[in-house]
Each structure stands twice: as C-alpha cells, then as structure tokens.
Design a protein around this ligand. Structure first.
Ligand SMILES: [Fe+2]
Length: 271
C-alpha cells in the first residue's frame, strides 16, 4: 500500500494537495476541549464568510431535511451538534476549494452523488445524513486532483469509469499509473477524515467483502449513488457492468427497486 501511495504522490506531482483550511483546524482545537464553547465554534465558522454561507445553505438544503430552517450559524451549532456540523463545514470547505471551471463536471457529479448518499443513509444504521453527504462529496476527490493535473484528458476517463465502474478503473490505471482512490486517500488523509471514510475512499470500486458492516454499507451506498447519478443526471446508458454493480450493492444494503426509485425521484427534485 505504501508503494501505491508513493506512486500516487509521484503522479500528481505539480498539483498541490489542498491544505486543511485554518477554520477547520481551529474548529478541531475548540472541539477537542472538554467543554467546547458554542459561541466560539460559531465565531470560528463565521470568520470565513464564504464558508459560513455555504454551511448555512447546506444546513437548510434537502441534504439535511430539517423540519424548520436554521437562521444563523450559532443556531446550527446548537441544533445540529458538533460532529454533524463539522461534517457539513468540511463539505462546504472542500466544495469551495475545488471551485474551478476545469473540474466543475466532477464537482457536480460528486454533489449529486453526495445527495443520493444522504438519501440512502436512511437505510443504514449508524450513518447520518451529513456523514453520508461528506463521504459522497469526497469519495472521488482523487478525480478532482487528477483532472486538475490533466484537465484535457481526465474527463474522458472519468466519464468512462462512470459507465464502466469496474473495468474503467483498470483503464484509468493503464493511463495514469495510479488509481483515483489512491490519490483520494492522500487528500482524505490530509483533511483528517475519519478512518472509516478513508477506507471507503480507498475501496469504493472494489468487490472485496468488508468484514465491518458499516464499511460494507457505506461502500455499497457510494456504488448505488454513483449509478443513480449517472443514469438520472447524465443520462448515461446502463452497461451490463453497471447493472450487476448496482444489483450487488443493493443486495448488500438490502434495499429494493422501490427504494432506489425513491432516491432517483429525490435526485430529480434536488438537481
Ligand atoms: Fe470512484
């Protein structure tokens, strides 16, 4: 694995892995206190206007499905709790970080996938909507890095991987000598994502069985969400490969066609 990661670092040479924003580091420090101060937490988020605007937008969006709107960051801290809010702050920050035209298609794909993950999380024990959303947004972070490095060609392989979720990643390896999952792991590590999320980022195209139920469910959630987005948002044709990928992942999540259709409809309303 170490060798694979060294290779990934080599391949993206010249593209800086974005640093964790200072607001998130400050947030981590405050949340590490025995008794974090809610006003201080709110002040840290509000010190970056763009970030706090995106956090509020996310909190009040269908991603979180709150019964009544939140009107301030302080209210978001009080109502959501630290862990949930932090997931949304990281999600807002990564979105701001990759706000560049050459990777817009991948950002939009990840945003739709993240929304589908939030919807699918309702079927998974111990996975919150914000956690699912953050993972959906980050899972293809390696694609964002590779597309930043090679915007002219990477989008072609990205779209091929969407319709060919298994053979497509082998093609990616042939062309780039690395996998986006490995590059994504580097980004996730730098952003101090929880170990569960790092594991899913690394294995989200694999067929290997996870012994851990939560990991298996989160990996299958990413797979189902991806196929729904390809179909609904991009009108991609469903290859045999994509069909069997979807079937296996749905079996793992123990969800039926009606549940998948409900996520499809929610995405149409969201997009
Ligand atoms: Fe992927």
């Amino acid at each position: 694995m170490e060798q694979r990661l060294r290779k990934a670092i080599d391949v993206i040479k010249g593209v800086k892995i974005p640093d964790l924003p200072k607001e998130i580091m400050e947030l981590d420090m405050e949340l590490a206190c025995k008794f974090p101060n809610n006003q201080k937490v709110a002040d840290i988020i509000e010190s970056n206007t763009k970030l706090s605007g995106e956090v509020l937008r996310l909190v009040n969006s269908p991603v979180m499905k709150l019964k009544s709107p939140v009107t301030s960051i302080r209210e978001a801290v009080d109502r959501l709790g630290y862990d949930n809010l932090k997931n949304l702050v990281i999600a807002a920050a990564i979105k701001n970080m990759f706000d560049k035209p050459q990777v817009q298609e991948i950002v939009e794909h990840s945003t739709d996938t993240a929304f589908c993950c939030a919807e699918l999380s309702e079927h998974i024990a111990d996975v919150s909507r914000d956690e699912a959303y953050l993972l959906g947004l980050f899972h293809n972070g390696g694609c964002l890095m590779l597309a930043t490095k090679d915007p002219e060609n990477y989008l072609k392989i990205f779209s091929h991987m969407n319709t060919h979720p298994v053979s497509g990643v082998h093609k990616e390896f042939e062309l780039y000598d690395t996998y986006h999952m490995d590059v994504g792991l580097l980004l996730g590590q730098k952003w101090k994502l929880p170990i569960d999320m790092l594991n899913v980022i690394l294995n989200h195209h694999d067929d290997a069985e996870h012994s851990n139920d939560k990991l298996r469910a989160m990996t299958s959630m990413i797979k189902v969400a991806n196929i729904i987005v390809n179909e609904v948002s991009y009108g991609s044709y469903m290859t045999e490969e994509a069909y069997s990928y979807l079937d296996r992942a749905c079996g793992d999540l123990m969800i039926d066609k009606d549940s998948v259709n409900a996520v499809r409809r929610a995405l149409v309303a969201f997009a």
